[in-house]
Design a protein around this ligand. Sequence first.
Ligand code: HEM
Length: 238
Amino acid sequence: MNGVINWLDERLGVNQIWGIIFLRNMPKGVNWWYTLGSATLFVFIIQAVTGMFLAMYYAPTPDHAYDSIQYIMNEVIFGQVIRGLHHWGASAMVVLVILHMLRIIVMGAYKYPREATWIVGVVLLLLVFGFGFTGYLLPWDEKAYWATTVGTNMAGTVPFIGGFLLVAARGGSDLGALTLTRFYAIHMLFLPSLTVGFIALHIFMVIRQGISVPPAIWEKMEDVSHSVTRARELVGKR
Ligand code: HEM
């Protein structure tokens, strides 16, 4: 294994890349609240992997969608586990991303110079909601059908462009085959590619700027701002 790593390091400098990503200095006082972003990323990876397995059996047509889910649940080996992980992972991701955002708000981590990280975060939040909305229709049961009918009706009430939004979302005036394929394509192609791109950008920014100093440490630093040495000690490198 070491041989392979050394071979790659000589050619691509992989040790340096590993160091930049995983061996970063953290400010003192960083705690469990700072792990919520990574937890969200972890659940996203679970969603991507389980989604790929579900896509091997799921059929996005009104005639077969419901049955294909029943097949996954009752016939496919580990089908219940894979679907269960994807189902609960979807809720977990929404909860985690909101908690992560709350940590950013409460600790003021959105302030200068991290405004761009915050803006990319807002895009990620909308993408996570997009996953939830488009995924909800895919089982094509009563609950899914009517929830999407209500959701798309709401889009239809937007002033001026509501009519267009409704038809664009449904692929026609009513929910049908086109709505299902459209939601499926958005759920498994458009949203994942966008999310991967924006997560990469988000994490690039986090690595480039370093994690923000916790407010308690920051306040102490202001008290001792006359002493650069003491301030440096407080920020500290672990
Ligand atoms: C898919 C969704 C997201 C993922 C995977 C993600 C991932 C991460 C990770 C791994 C970090 C490093 C530090 C930490 O975990 O707290 C981070 C930091 C950050 N995130 Fe997110 N994030 C997401 C969504 C959001 C959202 C919705 C916002 C706000 C609207 C946001 C704003 C920020 C900011 C400002 C930082 C810098 C925090 C600091 O330096 O202390 N992120 N994010």
